[in-house]
Design a protein around this ligand. Structure first.
Ligand SMILES: [Zn+2]
Length: 468
């Protein structure tokens, strides 16, 4: 859509300069950037050459940014919630087997169908950008596709059709683990050489260089899945945006200690990877010294509470991370649920159960909206920072990525401006989301996504094909 008029989005409430305010219009340039705000009834928002977009009864907030996603895992939602016959326990490690079985069966078009459905659900929940931690690269026998980027292209295509901004975090995967025999179900993930991995990162960057809605990052899967030489090579490359799974499970930390005689964060520091642009996904099993080290450089920890609790990983020590100066963000990871505000709510809730206290992550100062603001910030600007995006906040000169909630929705009715942020973070159902705008374009209108039906039908067919 090419536009030539400035638009004035006119909600009932708008988060601007840290305050939820009434009577303001958000001005968006024809190029889809935020120009600023004006009085909703003043001349600026009502000029003849301004297109007015009334959003009555809605509150407008910065777009949510999903820092960590594996889109295709939406397929196994609700399908791994039992103990297999003869099994005494299930955990992260055994959960991976049905997940791998699913990953092994998908055709390129099916990767597209599964990812698109996850992205539609994200858009409907107010998410405007996703960091897709993409490790499904090759044919089921491990041979690269004639176009090595085939599956990455399917994922990017899915996100762009849905209208989401995507950061394709191209994963490097070299081995099943330290002194772990190769798992044939991981064949689609493996590259024989670190140069294949870094070469694809560069190739993806040039393939999508013309689309401002697509950027590319580098994601060595974990200290378990790549050897030291790969991480040294990544550290020496020009790649700055680096995401890794770090300390999700105690066994992974123990293996790192056995192989490198260092805990994961100390190991990353030794390699030169402990930098402001590093995102440690999960960071559940960190010791104080590691938390301090992450905070000293201002790195990010991406918490994925719905997945971490589903897999029995543990609880992210976000209180200690905030105290150390770490940037926090959220990811939907395994798509067990898809509600980023729900992730924020869960992180705080898990810590309440753990510490036997309330308002654990409150930044102090006695503000009624302090905790809500902090959690919303993590779900928006915190994620954008992790992904190297300028979005996640409403200010002049950045892309207009935002969403609105319907204030009359039963989960929000009675909300007021002074407490709107905690009311949204702790109370709003994602069904309250009404409009979602990316780069100034409306992706969700009136709570409806134009691809929802088509995507849902294709996804149902795919689910039947795989699971019967
Ligand atoms: Zn993950």
């Amino acid at each position: 859509v090419s536009r030539n008029r400035t638009r004035a989005f006119i909600p009932e409430m708008l988060l601007w300069e840290g305050e939820v305010q009434r009577g303001l219009a958000l001005l968006v340039t024809p190029a889809g950037e935020i120009a600023g705000v004006a009085s909703a009834v003043g001349p600026e928002a009502n000029a003849a050459d301004v297109e007015r977009v009334p959003l009555p009864g809605q509150a407008l907030l910065p777009g949510l940014v999903n820092g960590h996603s594996h889109g295709f895992q939406r397929l196994i939602r609700g399908r791994t919630e039992y103990l297999g016959a003869g099994r005494e326990r299930d955990d992260f490690w055994s959960w991976r087997e049905p997940m791998y079985a699913c990953a092994l069966t998908l055709t390129p078009e099916e990767v597209h169908v599964a990812s698109r459905q996850a992205f539609v659900e994200m858009a409907l929940a107010g998410i405007t950008a996703v960091g897709e931690f993409h490790y499904l690269h090759h044919q089921p026998d491990g041979t690269p596709y004639p176009d090595r980027l085939e599956l990455s292209r399917q994922v990017v295509r899915a996100a762009r059709e849905v209208g989401l901004r995507i950061v394709l975090l191209r994963v490097g995967y070299a081995r099943s683990g330290f002194e772990v025999p190769e798992n044939p179900r991981q064949r689609r993930f493996f590259d024989p050489d670190v140069e294949d991995f870094l070469g694809d990162v560069a190739a993806l960057r040039s393939a999508f260089g013309k689309d401002p809605g697509v950027t590319v990052g580098c994601a060595p899967h974990s200290v378990r899945a790549v050897p030291r030489a790969w991480l040294e090579r990544v550290a020496a490359s020009g790649e700055r945006l680096v995401h890794m799974h770090v300390a999700e499970q105690p066994a992974e930390v123990e293996a790192c200690l056995r192989e490198h005689r260092l805990r994961p964060v100390a190991y990353l520091r030794e390699l030169g990877l402990l930098r402001p642009e590093l995102t440690a996904v999960h960071g559940v099993h960190l010791e104080d010294e590691e938390i301090r080290a992450l905070g000293e450089v201002g790195a990010t920890v991406c918490a994925c509470p719905s997945t971490e609790r589903n897999l029995g990983d543990g609880i992210v020590q976000a209180d200690a991370l905030y105290a150390a100066g770490v940037n926090l963000c959220f990811g939907s990871d395994s798509q067990t649920q898809l509600d980023l505000l729900g992730e924020a709510r869960m992180l705080e809730s898990h810590l309440r159960l753990l510490r036997l206290r309330r308002a654990v992550l409150d930044p102090g100062g006695g503000r009624e909206d302090g905790l809500g603001a902090r959690l919303l910030f993590a779900a928006s600007r915190g994620g954008a920072r992790s992904l190297g995006l300028p979005t996640g906040e409403l200010r002049p000169g950045v892309p207009a990525d935002f969403f609105t909630v319907q204030l009359a929705h039963p989960s929000l009715v009675g909300a007021d401006a002074a407490r709107l942020l905690p009311q949204v973070v702790f109370g709003a159902s994602s069904a309250a989301v009404r409009e979602v705008v990316v780069d100034g374009e409306r992706v969700v209108r009136g709570g409806h996504h134009p691809l929802a039906e088509e995507s849902g039908r294709a996804f149902s067919r795919l689910s039947r094909r795989i699971f019967g």
